[in-house]
Design a binder for this molecule. Structure first.
Ligand SMILES: Nc1nc2c(c(=O)[nH]1)N[C@H]1C(S)=C(S)[C@@H](COP(=O)(O)O)O[C@H]1N2
Ligand SMILES: [Mo]
Length: 324
């Protein structure tokens, strides 16, 4: 086996550092780490208008989506659309942040979501039915990745509790598990690490009390459009009081289960990615502090503005009682 030189931290452009991916990147996937940074790409854009290739054809405006007044504003600006659309974590499409083009190969036509397990009404939904069944609303939420960067994103979707009411989990159900789309033949992300095979497909889980919380949301759109593929089209979880990895993208299966299921990051590195993963400034990640975060705001002054991390990412009034 040939040895690949591991670059020192100061040799890696800041915007490409992906601490979550360190396990895959170190030896085998170094190339994606040192690829083009996001800054030159953004520099080519003369305005902050989104590239039409990034946005989908169905205009959610036609469905007269309104902003939920309870979640209409946060204390910082909404991240510029183009920036949010080109700085992503979606490891099925690569371990760097610039996966937006690779993600365009995700096949989203005729999408189905299977709801199964301990539920009274198991059912497979066509995505169109889901979108029509539940009233869509816009919510402006903070977003906090465990890697200590943050954004503010205008999601469109519906509260998870509406789906719960529809399918009726049984009294035995204690957790819900979300499974992302995965095709090992087209997946460009890694399939193994030094510690063994990666636990694909990507899975995440919540307790039923968390799923029933007002904040827990299924997003089918963002910035007024249906979700671009790199954000997890056509449907993803959004749980803003938890670190970003808890929000599985491109969901194909929702399963109600009786005991805590295995999940992707927690299986891979349990002491770095705990199951609960609530945003907590006073609980450092084993490899870095969580006391502050770098806020990705506007393109014109892309500056990684440093901010204090908020307990529960600022959503304590909604969720703190779940954990007392
Ligand atoms: N299927 C899948 N879902 C995923 C991920 C992933 O790699 N695969 N990455 C997670 C992580 S670590 C983060 S921070 C968010 C990023 O969401 P965004 O790219 O839409 O900002 O998606 C989460 N959901
Ligand atoms: Mo993340």
């Amino acid at each position: 086996m040939t040895t690949i030189r591991v670059p020192k931290a100061w040799e890696i452009p800041e915007t490409e550092v992906t601490p979550e991916a360190i396990y895959f990147n170190r030896r085998r996937f170094l190339k994606t780490l040192v690829g083009a940074s996001i800054l030159p790409i953004l520099g080519c854009q003369s305005s902050s208008q989104p590239d039409q290739k990034l946005v989908a054809t169905i205009d959610l405006a036609k469905l007269s989506v309104k902003t939920n007044p309870a979640f209409a504003k946060v204390d910082r600006p909404i991240t510029t659309e183009l920036l949010a659309a080109r700085y992503n974590n979606y490891y099925e499409f690569g371990t760097g942040k610039s996966i937006w083009q690779a993600a365009q190969s995700l096949p989203t036509e005729d999408w189905k979501v299977e709801v199964t397990g301990s539920v009274k009404n198991p059912r497979t939904y066509d995505l169109d039915d889901l979108i029509k069944k539940f009233p869509l609303e816009e919510r402006i939420y903070r977003f906090r990745c465990v890697e200590a960067w943050s954004m503010v994103l205008p999601w469109i979707g519906f509260p998870m509790k509406l789906l719960m009411a529809e399918v009726e989990p049984t009294s035995k159900a204690k957790f819900v598990r979300f499974t992302s789309y995965d095709n090992p033949e087209t997946r460009v992300g890694p399939s193994w690490t030094l510690s063994g095979n990666l636990p694909w497909p990507y899975t995440e889980s919540l307790t039923l009390a968390e799923m029933a919380n007002d904040l827990a949301f299924f997003a089918v759109g963002i910035y007024g459009h249906i979700l671009p593929k790199q954000h997890g089209a056509p449907i993803r979880e959004v749980v803003p009081w938890k670190y970003g990895f808890k929000g599985a993208k491109s969901i194909v299966k929702i399963e109600f289960v009786e005991s805590q299921p295995s999940t992707f990051w927690h299986t891979l590195v349990p002491d770095e990615y705990d199951f609960e993963a609530n945003v907590n400034p006073s609980k450092p990640h084993p490899r870095w502090s969580q006391a502050t975060e770098k806020f990705v705001g506007a393109v014109k002054d892309f500056s990684w503005e440093k901010r204090d991390t908020l307990p529960y990412n600022g959503y304590g009034e909604y969720v703190a009682s779940l954990y007392s």
